[in-house]
Design a protein around this ligand. Structure first.
Ligand code: MG
Ligand code: ZN
Length: 451
């Protein structure tokens, strides 16, 4: 009896792979897709650790663009190699709970962080009554797990914010940014800004950008007169600002890494899409705005995993979220090279996570997106009315990408499409089929046996 339900799930998983047209021989699937625990039923049934990787705005088009450009149309990214792949819906709601078909990152992050939908712009609080909702990170901490959050955005940006803060509006990043959150201020008995809440939560590892937010002065409460960075130090944080600091930080004491004043500058640069298109271009795989000593997302992820290797995590496990944030931000800016470079950077972080899981099969690894975005691959002969650019891919072919979700000159928009969710490890079969973003919360909670 014991092995039967697992067998059935295995058969379904294999069928799903076949149905998806993934022509992978069974033996190759077993080796390329991680440990036998993913597909064979002999590994752990419960996860000790979770690594959740989020590509902000990484819809199917964004994945396909990065694949076509970097490894070729017939190639496969690391994120394409998970044994369990499904798709999920991402809509948000209005204050009465009625669907809003296009989510933002705050509402979508709240979906997997709390299992509940909310209004666009809100951080882990209810849509109508604006009350805090318990997050997956809070549940993990309650059970004694170590926790971490890594991003290429400001650490106060919506995707990291949903884990360790509750705010009426995503704009309430630092103590000087509280205009849209009058009831969250410390003076009103609230928890303060997203930056203050993040360090008050004592998340073990916080790595990303947004130093300027943390350097804002606190004007209310017990830490009045200090910056949030100084508050973090008082709470026991080691504060680091570059690769060298990250390398030398000690495990066992919380770490706050702030690697840029705002968002971490992207890895690749190129010409933005333009009305009528651009001359065919190769992307530049560097960015003069990226200072030497700025850790790549891959390096941040690798280091987060080693910093989380504490006696506490050895005993109870850990929860780590890793965000490739600027896929979204460069998509808004119709900048295909910036966008592809950030997708490739996230893919290297996915490899770090999968390599870790290969050695620690009791690790559930999930890669997904928070919402779809604007970029579309169109025929070379198309003359779309919006912004477009022609790229020359690494395999020497021309590829045309179009951005037409808004009037040229305005920021391009998110879309309401379903997005990919892919996973390996204990509980990963729960991502198969068509699910909703809020079900990811249950997948993570169930895998980690959190109450
Ligand atoms: Mg984000
Ligand atoms: Zn966005």
């Amino acid at each position: 009896m014991g092995s039967r339900p697992y067998r059935r799930r295995l058969a379904w998983g294999a069928a799903a792979l076949l149905a998806a047209g993934v022509a992978v021989p069974a033996a190759a699937a077993a080796s390329d897709h991680g440990s036998p625990s993913d597909v064979g039923g002999h590994g752990p049934k419960k996860a000790k650790n979770v690594i959740l990787l989020i590509g902000d705005g990484m819809g199917d088009s964004e994945i396909t663009l990065a694949r076509d450009y970097t490894v070729g149309a017939a190639g496969r990214l690391t994120m394409d190699k998970f044994p369990m792949t499904g798709t999920y819906t991402t809509y948000s709601v209005d204050k009465n709970g009625k669907p809003d078909y296009v989510t933002d990152s705050a509402a979508s992050g709240t979906g997997w962080a709390t299992g509940q939908k909310t209004v666009n712009g809100r951080i882990s609080k209810t849509p109508g009554t604006d009350k805090p909702m318990t997050t997956i990170l809070e549940l993990a901490q309650k059970k004694g797990l170590a926790t971490g959050s890594v991003t290429t955005a400001e650490l106060t940006d919506a995707t990291p914010a949903v884990l360790a803060s509750h705010a009426t509006d995503r704009s309430c990043a630092g103590p000087a940014d509280m205009k849209a959150c009058p009831n969250d201020t410390i003076a009103k008995g609230g928890p303060g800004s997203i930056a203050e809440q993040s360090v008050n939560h004592k998340v073990d590892v916080l790595l990303g950008g947004g130093k300027d937010r943390f350097d804002q002065k606190i004007t209310e409460g017990p830490y009045r007169g200090l910056t949030v960075t100084q508050q973090a130090e008082k709470l026991g944080y080691q504060v680091v600002t570059d690769s060298e600091g990250l390398r030398t930080a000690r495990s066992g004491k919380p770490v706050l890494g702030l690697f840029a004043p705002g968002n971490v500058p992207v890895e690749w640069t190129g010409k933005a899409a333009a009305v009528g298109g651009t001359a065919a271009q190769r992307c530049v795989t560097s960015n003069p705005e990226r200072k030497a000593g700025t850790p790549a997302l891959e390096e941040q992820t690798r280091r987060a995993l080693s910093l989380l290797d504490t006696p506490k995590a050895k005993k109870n496990g850990f929860f780590l979220q890793v965000e490739g944030a600027s896929i979204d931000k460069r998509d808004h800016a119709a900048d295909p090279c910036g966008q592809i470079g950030e997708t490739a950077a996230l893919d290297r972080a996915v490899k770090v996570a999968r390599d870790y899981a290969a050695k620690h099969p009791d690790t559930l690894v999930v890669t997904t997106a928070d919402h779809g975005h604007t970029s579309q691959i169109v025929p070379l002969e198309a003359t779309p009315p919006g912004l477009s650019s022609t790229l020359i891919t690494n395999e020497g072919r021309q590829l045309k990408v179009n951005y037409s979700t808004n009037t040229p000159g305005k920021a391009q928009e998110h879309t309401g499409t379903q997005v990919r969710i892919a996973a390996q490890g204990p509980g990963s079969q729960r991502v198969l089929g068509v699910t909703d973003q809020t079900e990811l919360f249950t997948t993570l909670r169930t895998a980690l046996s959190l109450r």
